[in-house]
Design a protein around this ligand. Sequence first.
Ligand code: NAP
Ligand code: MG
Length: 500
Amino acid sequence: MATLTHMSRTAICANYIDGTWVESGSAKRVERRNPANLDDLVGCVPRSTREEMRRAIQAAKRALPAWRDTPAPQRGKILLRASRLLEEHKEEVARLLTREEGKTVAESRGELLRSINILEFIAGEGRRLTGETLPSELPRNLAYTIRQPLGVVGLITPWNFPVAIPVWKIAPALVCGNTVVWKPAELTSFTARRLVELFVEAGVPAGVLNMATGSGSEIGDELVGSPDVRAISFTGSTEVGSRIYAKGAQQLKKIQCEMGGKNPVVVLEDADLDLAAESTVSGAFGSTGQRCTATSRVVVVDVVADRFVEMLAERTRKLKVGDGSEADTYVGPSVDKAQLHKVEEYLEIGKREARLVCGGERLLGGNYDNGYFIAPTIFDHVSPEACIAQEEIFGPVLSVIRARDFDSALVAANNIPFGLTSSIFSTDANRVFQAAERLDCGMVHVNSPTVGGEAHVPFGGTKSSGLGERETGSTAIEFYSELKVVYVDYTGRKREGKLY
Ligand code: NAP
Ligand code: MG
């Protein structure tokens, strides 16, 4: 991404602050190009200033009282309209997402469907922001709870799900009565802009949702450090998440961090190996492996390991790598040059640490020269302690770890700092339930890939993968609201006896 000086006729991504689209006054701008075709310039993204971020926060602060007092079912109706608008514009937004991020159009459509479902579900939560009534130890007394908004919340999102992750933060934040300042990933600013346009068209009032483009270490940092921001919901790398957590803690902010993964598939000798191979290949190479829930390790028991690796390789060699906008593409490009280089470095490390089965290099020649394409790669005989078995690569790279038996497979599966998802492939019900209990992570899949999730089901990880309440589902409401307890004494008399 080069810094530009002359940009006539190039699309410039504006900020949305206080109900108005305003072009940043910053002189710093970066180009965004289609990672599958570098001749295709999506546009230029201004690196907004800290002052512009402060304006967005102040707009959100001013909009808070009226939005907090808007009945929750009415707030929900706006989200329902956003869901319908996203449905109406699904194809156009999916194509923009593919052009800017690189995943296949089929994957973009899937991401939009999930976003539509989340908006629908959370819209309904506007009618279910319930509390409890509790009996009292005293006569003619009761206690009840209500849910109230936190205030201004800051949302910081990654590029790899540039619609679904913002939606699963914005929707519950708004339905609970908070106002929002959103810092999308710079790499997917144009998709972010389109999403905000749809929320605005759906009727979100001025100042309630604000968005500024730019660099995380500048305006993202400003958002995290602002005393006017009560909570931060972050999704991204563990490295950045841990820094945000530490900084936000100094102001005692409420913080939620969804971070990296190194998700294993465990394959036992009684598994349906065809099903396990299909699921592992789609989990590993779908979305080019650029998913927090991607399958990056297979732990397979020795007796079926040779056969299983052969089945994986056979399927992987057939995957079509290319431009995600072409119908038969299965694996799109890496999102940018930095990501490409990071994966290339891991390929070299892998060649030293393990046995290369297939792939192992950048694809060049013809149209490949114009993008950031990597051949889907499998390494076998990977030690559980190897770099490629421990670190998140975020590319189309799969490590096969061989294990003696069920118990040692679970030990290897759990032997990482991360804990987002896992899969177990087995036809033995006892071992399936044991694995579901013993796998050290936030989400377990049985006889299905490590990826995916549903709108009304909680999402999140443990250890270095997740901190704070789960996202999506009704649990999302817990993060974005404060629980207040109200004690009511309807005796009309001075309380006697009970002094604690
Ligand atoms: P990232 O580099 O951590 O960035 C995430 C967001 O944080 C971006 O908007 C980034 O801004 C911003 N940021 C960077 N430094 C910051 C700082 N000092 N203060 C405030 N904000 C800052 O992650 P990414 O490369 O976009 O996404 C890939 C990562 O996300 C992977 O690790 C993946 O596993 C993780 N992820 C996790 C989940 C989950 O639910 N667990 C889901 C999807 C992805 P820029 O625009 O400057 O980059
Ligand atoms: Mg990054």
